[in-house]
Write a protein that binds this ligand. Structure first.
Ligand code: NAD
Length: 501
């Protein structure tokens, strides 16, 4: 296939598909076949500047639109996404590779954020203090920021944009989405749905691109805030560069989530959870379980139960019903993940199951079977690094304290889970663990939309977590008004500092 036969993926600016002014493009691959499937426009500085100007123009009338009208658009969007769940799931599977059933879960979790945004007017209510001083009232209001941008990762091409734009738009901002260049098309379908829902053109825009586009968004004076989700080195760069340019930034980074299994845990349940959370979506989830910390003598029976379940996982194209695990996102990423299995053996870990010998590796797609590494220890690259693939490490420790120290010493702190039947220890873990999201007998504790999502340590740069109430806070700023209506005849000059009288 030559590049000329591929479909083109353009930007969405001002309510229509718009080809780039730049001539730079990149290939969108089909991970299940290993073939190119589209040519993606990559924005240059002129494209970014045009998009920001369109979004800025749209902002003025959108922020003046009554709150209930803004919420009404989200109500309609909720209906449209609900009616088109499968279409959205298939679109994203085509480019991401995850199974359609997994993609349906992604759409469902994204939809929660649109539902939450329908209630944003309630959260935008300010406070009012009557008679703060004699004849003086004080009240607080929350106002939108202006043009805000979201930069999103490949692994949740529909859900993470929904985490951002639902609240941002309903709060009265206009939004520029810079999706991952690896699986960008689903965002254009969401843009069409927003238009059908009645969103005025220019309030939601999709700008495709790479570092050139991101860097321009980071420095553009009319972009007031940046939400980012992606790997930790890029998150740190986005946070430092964006804040240096005076922007509000929330930048969510990578992860290495631990699952602590105590000797009293139900082995079958813990093994089900570990296998589901480690290999679901081929391990390409920021809330995937990457390390099981087995305390005491539970390690051997737990590993037996895990390997028994691993053998039954069906690896294959995500579009084919019955498959449970699809390919990795690119050939390069597959090679990188496989190199960790190689490296683990050299560093002294035991490769109990080697995914590189899986039959799926014979196809042209970017498949890699599931791997299990035993006797993993801090200091090994397979323990320290985020691998982001279907590789689960087992660390054996003697005590709860040893396990906790390990979790708290790790530079990432997105999620951490404990499996036990002892409520007291579970509560202590919730108190002690240095991670932003804790699961108690729950391996992937992604908060529901009316809480907020975010990690600690190297998993988040910025002050506010994403979506939920903290999302509303992020996308608005507070203004406090002090007012009085005195009789002008009582007015006089008073050079003293105002105080309560
Ligand atoms: P990535 O960091 O490579 O890319 C994320 C976004 O940043 C993309 O839109 C990309 O175009 C852009 N980008 C990449 N390099 C850049 C650079 N040098 N300068 C400016 N922009 C750049 O991440 P990815 O591979 O798409 O996604 C996987 C990563 O995202 C994993 O580390 C995963 O843990 C993380 N993630 C975190 C969360 C979370 O909530 N904490 C959620 C999903 C994914």
């Amino acid at each position: 296939m030559t590049a000329i036969e591929l479909r083109s993926v353009n930007h969405w600016i001002g309510g229509k598909h718009l080809p780039s002014k730049s001539t730079r493009t990149s290939i969108v691959w089909n991970p299940a076949t290993g073939q190119p499937q589209a040519n993606l426009d990559l924005a240059d500085i002129d494209d970014v500047d045009h998009c920001v100007a369109v979004a800025k123009e749209a902002f003025h009338s959108w922020r003046a639109t009554p709150l209930s009208r803004r919420a009404e658009v989200m109500f309609k969007m909720r209906e449209l996404v609900d009616a088109n769940r499968r279409r959205i799931a298939e679109l994203l599977t085509m480019e991401h590779g995850k199974t359609v059933s997994d993609a349906m879960g992604e759409v469902a979790r994204g939809l929660e954020n649109i539902e939450f945004a329908c209630g944003v007017p309630n959260l935008l209510k300010g406070g009012y203090s009557e008679q703060a001083s004699r004849g003086v009232d004080v009240y607080q209001i929350r106002q939108p920021l202006g043009v805000v941008a979201g930069i999103t990762p490949f692994n949740f091409p529909a859900m993470v944009p929904m985490w951002m734009f639902a609240n941002a738009i309903t709060c009265g901002n206009s939004f520029i989405l810079k999706p991952s260049e690896k699986d960008p098309s689903v965002t254009l379908y969401l843009a069409e749905l927003l238009q059908q829902a009645g969103l005025p053109d220019g309030v939601f825009n999709v700008l495709h691109g790479d570092k050139v586009a991101v860097d321009r968004l980071l420095e553009h004076p009319d972009v007031k805030a940046i939400s980012f989700v992606g790997s930790t080195p890029v998150a740190k760069y986005i946070y430092e560069t964006g804040t240096r340019h005076g922007k509000r930034v929330q930048a969510l980074g990578g992860a290495k989530n631990h699952m602590l299994v105590l000797p009293d845990a139900d082995i079958g349940m813990a093994a089900d959870a570990a296998v589901s959370a480690a290999y679901g979506s081929a391990g390409e989830r920021c809330m995937a379980i990457a390390i099981v910390v087995a305390v005491g003598n539970i390690a051997d029976p737990l590993i037996d139960a895990i390997t028994e379940r691993m053998a039954k996982i069906k690896v294959g194209p995500g579009m084919e019903a019955g498959n449970e695990m699809g390919p990795l996102i690119t050939r390069e990423h597959r090679e990188r993940v496989a190199s960790y299995v190689d490296g683990a053996a050299k560093e002294g870990a035991t490769v109990t199951v080697d995914g590189r010998s899986d039959a799926s590796m014979n196809s042209d797609g970017f498949f890699l079977g599931t791997s299990l590494l035993d006797n993993v220890k801090p200091g090994m690259r397979c323990y320290d690094d985020e691998i982001f693939g279907p590789v689960l490490g087992i660390v054996r420790v003697k005590t709860y304290e040893e396990a906790l120290r390990m979790i708290n010493d790790h530079p990432y702190g997105n999620g951490a889970a404990i499996f036990t039947r002892d409520g007291g220890v579970a509560r202590q873990f919730q108190f002690d663990a240095e991670a932003g999201m804790i699961g108690i007998n729950v391996p992937i504790p992604v908060p529901v939309a009316y809480y907020s999502f975010g990690g600690w340590k190297g998993s988040l740069f910025g002050d506010l977590h994403m979506y939920g109430p903290e999302g509303v806070q992020f996308y608005t700023r507070s203004k406090v008004v002090t007012s009085r209506w005195p009789d002008p005849s009582s007015s006089k000059v008073d050079l003293g500092f105002p105080q309560v009288r």
